[in-house]
Write a protein that binds this ligand. Structure first.
Ligand code: GAR
Length: 198
């Protein structure tokens, strides 16, 4: 599968991006894909929330989108629909970008080694939620974000890249989140590209 890129020796990888909301990391990945030497093309943006703002953003730019709410169905059935949409789009690797739903072990196994996630902490610190508030409460001098391989362990797979920012006096979880997010946008596109080139 894969579309040839002008002048490049290997075909572009077909990337699926899963989101749940705003989608600013997804947008940074879509924008980075416009570069001729980018090793991926965005084949599908999918969401568990049909109303996710990121879905509309992607659709407006001509990126194929798919929405499936998990409400009213077993998790396995919901994930089978996501899986089918990804495969129908010829997706070869998946980037989670603010996708706030735990993937089942079965789904992770079917895409073993081909799913990455961005998490707003310096892993292995602060897996899970409320990462920025926890970093401030702990008195940490710095915070950041990590891109990692997704395994069955929550936020536990191999870390591929990190970005660091200082925690400043007076920082709130929101002000720190905004500073980290700006770094996330640079980190994700670069780390993903390096990983896919390997
Ligand atoms: C980002 O900060 C991302 O790191 C975080 O959610 C935000 C999504 O923003 N992800 C997680 O917390 C995953 N556990 P975005 O929708 O604008 O990319």
């Amino acid at each position: 599968m894969g579309e040839a890129s002008a002048g490049a020796s290997s075909p572009k990888k077909r990337l699926g991006i899963l989101i749940s909301g705003r989608g600013s990391n997804m947008a940074s990945l879509v924008e980075a894909a416009a570069a001729p030497d980018c090793p991926y093309t965005v084949a599908l943006v999918a969401s568990d929330k049909p109303e996710a703002a990121g879905l509309a953003w992607a659709a407006e730019r001509g990126v194929p989108t798919f929405a499936q709410s998990p409400k009213g169905m077993p998790k396995a059935e919901y994930e089978a629909k996501i899986d089918a949409a990804l495969r129908a789009a010829g997706v070869e690797a998946i980037a989670l970008a603010g996708y706030m739903r735990l993937l089942s072990d079965d789904f992770v196994a079917r895409w073993r080694g081909r799913i990455v996630n961005i998490h707003p902490s310096l892993l292995p610190k602060y897996k899970g939620l409320d990462t920025h508030a926890r970093a401030i409460a702990a008195g940490d001098a710095e915070a950041g974000a990590s891109v990692h391989i997704v395994t069955e362990e929550l936020d536990g797979g191999e870390v591929l890249g990190q970005a660091r920012v200082p925690i400043l006096p007076g920082d709130t979880a929101d002000s720190l989140a905004a500073r980290v997010l700006a770094e996330e946008h640079k980190l994700y596109a670069k780390t993903l590209a390096d990983w896919l080139r390997d």
